[in-house]
Design a protein around this ligand. Structure first.
Ligand code: GLU
Length: 379
């Protein structure tokens, strides 16, 4: 039994993410028997002193069944209507179920702008923290009924990563309908084996996720591995286990090697830098010369206009942009001090030339170090 497995119980605050297919199906709706097992698992962890937050999918599948639709909703409004019908069905089931364990539940529906806006981020965090103080179990989903492109978090794997970040959880457990990450698709390749532990999400690991059987939810294994990679950067361990096989969670807490465990990176980003790196939408791209790349990675410097070779995208001052090497490798993200057209005009210039070029004196830095995150784990 590895050290990390045996120390799972040391994680105090845990986000548990449940995929749609684990608890519901399009034709049968909610799977009550599965929900009972999940409630048992949550009650088991709470009794052991862990604080739990539940990120539960399933509203669209529940609503699809309740509306009697044959097949997946065809349009976005239909999907949103199904989510509205299904979400109340889902919460009703959770409310009834957790009552039997004397666990109070609360519904939280989040959208992307509730996280990208720093003030709303802090409000959401305060609410979640207060619920935990009251020993309430927060049950979180995306606000599917209003979330369209701009505000959509993407999928609930991404939502779970954001929630882990919001509340500074140290462990994220994902209940999937597969056993974890395999070296290849086990249904197509008899040689495929389950990977018990991932020390760092490399390109090879990402490729394996692409090749392994995709689960039927929005996310699939690719987005679960992305979720694990994102949260690892801010010190969170991820465990993917099969939520359709009962008992796996308890086995995991007994130190048994079920599922796939993703280890966190050793350097933890500050909350503000996590927010810059993972919560904000990327609005543009800056391609840097080698000198600027080295200044950012090795010397911990700000990004100056002189090191910018090209500018892509439409962004305003304060938006998040990604910084690439000339070969296209992303090395950093940060909040820009200039909008895209200003950046086009000052790229390659010395900071002392900014005023002449723009007609006013802005910041010397294109991105100040305080608002910049280098993506190899250092800050
Ligand atoms: N929010 C969606 C639902 O509750 C699920 C999104 C996902 O599967 O990731 O149905």
């Amino acid at each position: 039994m590895s050290y990390q497995r045996s120390s799972l119980h040391q994680h105090k605050r845990i986000v548990l993410k449940i995929g749609s297919n684990v608890i519901a199906s399009r034709d049968k709706g909610l799977n009550e028997a599965r929900l009972i097992k999940i409630a048992e698992d949550i009650s088991f962890l709470r009794e052991k002193g862990h604080e739990l937050l539940l990120v539960s999918s399933g509203s669209v599948l529940c609503g699809t069944e309740k509306l009697g639709l044959h097949g997946p909703p065809r349009t976005i409004p239909m999907k949103q209507a199904a989510a509205a019908v299904g979400q109340s069905r889902l919460m009703w089931a959770y409310e009834r179920l957790f009552e039997q364990y004397q666990i109070k539940v609360a519904q939280i529906l989040l959208t992307h702008d509730g996280i990208t806006d720093r003030r709303r981020f802090i409000n959401a965090r305060n609410t979640l923290m207060t619920l935990l103080e009251f020993q309430v179990l927060p049950i979180i989903n995306e606000n599917d009924t209003v979330a369209v492109d701009e505000i959509k978090l993407g999928d609930n794997d991404n939502l779970a990563a954001q929630v882990a970040h919001l509340v500074d959880a140290s462990l994220l457990i994902a209940f999937s309908d597969v056993d974890g990450l395999y070296t290849a698709d086990p249904q197509k390749n008899p040689e495929a084996t389950l990977i018990p532990q991932v020390d760092a999400v490399t390109k090879e690991i990402e490729a394996m996720a692409g090749g392994s059987r995709q689960t039927g939810g929005t996310g699939g294994m690719t987005s679960k591995v992305k979720m694990a990679r994102d949260v690892a950067a801010y010190g969170v361990t991820t465990l993917i286990i099969n939520g359709t096989t009962s008992g796996q969670l308890k086995e995991a807490f007994q130190g048994k090697p079920v599922g796939t465990l993703f280890l966190p990176q050793s350097v933890r980003l500050s909350s503000k830098k996590q927010w810059i790196a993972y919560s904000l939408k990327i609005k543009g791209t800056l391609v840097l010369d080698e000198g600027a790349v080295q200044a950012l990675i090795k010397k911990g410097r700000s990004l100056l206009p002189s090191g910018i070779q090209s500018v892509e995208g439409t962004f305003e001052m304060g938006d998040t942009v990604r910084c690439l090497t000339s070969t296209g490798k992303e090395i950093a993200r940060g909040l820009t001090n200039y909008n895209a057209s200003e950046m086009m005009r000052i790229k390659g210039l010395q900071s002392s030339q900014i005023e002449d070029q723009l007609g006013y004196k802005g910041a010397d830095e294109a991105i100040h170090r305080d608002n910049l995150v280098v993506l190899n784990g250092t800050t």
